[in-house]
Design a protein around this ligand. Sequence first.
Ligand SMILES: *[C@@H]1O[C@H](CO)[C@@H](O)[C@H](O)[C@H]1NC(C)=O
Ligand SMILES: *[C@@H]1O[C@H](CO)[C@@H](O)[C@H](O)[C@H]1NC(C)=O
Length: 296
Amino acid sequence: MKLSSIFVAAACFLASASAVPIQSRGQGTRAGKWFDRVITIVMENKNYKDVIADPFFSTITSKYNARLLTNYNAPFHPSQPNYLGMITGGRDAWTDLNVDVNRKNLVDLLEAGGVSWKTYQENYPGNCFAGDSQDKLYRRKHNPFISMNNIRNDPSRCANIVDSSQLEVDIAAGTAPQYIFYTPNMDNDGHDTPLSFSSDWAKGFFQKLFQNTSFLRNTLIVFTWDEQESYLSLQNKVATYLIGDVVNTASAGKTDETNYSHYSLLRTIEDNWNLGNLGREDTKAVVFKGLNKPQI
Ligand SMILES: *[C@@H]1O[C@H](CO)[C@@H](O)[C@H](O)[C@H]1NC(C)=O
Ligand SMILES: *[C@@H]1O[C@H](CO)[C@@H](O)[C@H](O)[C@H]1NC(C)=O
């Protein structure tokens, strides 16, 4: 037996011996191709070049197992169509005004595929609140789920839109879902504050999240911005970080210059769980490269 095949055999043995049963990871039992859980966090309105120069954001790829996507482009201005597009695969709004969208979306695919989901929205008042704003901190334009008719009008689905304080509770109880969409409030996401305020918030958020490595096992964290700040450019480039144990930096590096978009995020989730697609821009979108579950 060649030395290399002994290594392969040993790696396979360790992988199968240490595999954590997916059932022990809370609601939702579908193992994914590249990850078993995805946490999307969406920040607001900052230019790529400013984000990558920020004292905290610039350290993400060294502090964490992470990759910076250096050519990730948002499809739209202003905010709302970007958020909607992340779960519908196309344009469903032209402005930030409330819209009611009657369309198949990612939640339909997740539920049909047996993948649990929930969205954690900072300062969300709960009870299927469909208003535009709460305390000027929660805004409906950053919560695409409530704009879907088939979520807003279905009490059991709508109950999966919760205030962000529930995340800690769900993690501790082992009931956090496999698909998590997290929207920070209008201060924490940088919408109404300078970049430094949002980066201080993110630093604290990550410190807390990374305390629980068992929760983060086989998890992809996608940390992105909805759109760039400047409207006066043809490109709408945002910083996006892929973070977590499933990001294979050893073989695929800490940066990736592939031309991705919010539709790539959608497509990656669809393909990870073999969910099919929504028949829109997601069918053409490029899947994130360099992801796999760690072997040990
Ligand atoms: C860490 O996460 C696991 C899985 O969600 C959970 O069972 C455990 O209670 C969490 N630990 C703490 C300290 O929250
Ligand atoms: C990236 O792809 C989009 C959509 O296919 C295209 O419109 C855009 O010109 C590309 N941008 C770059 C910088 O390659």
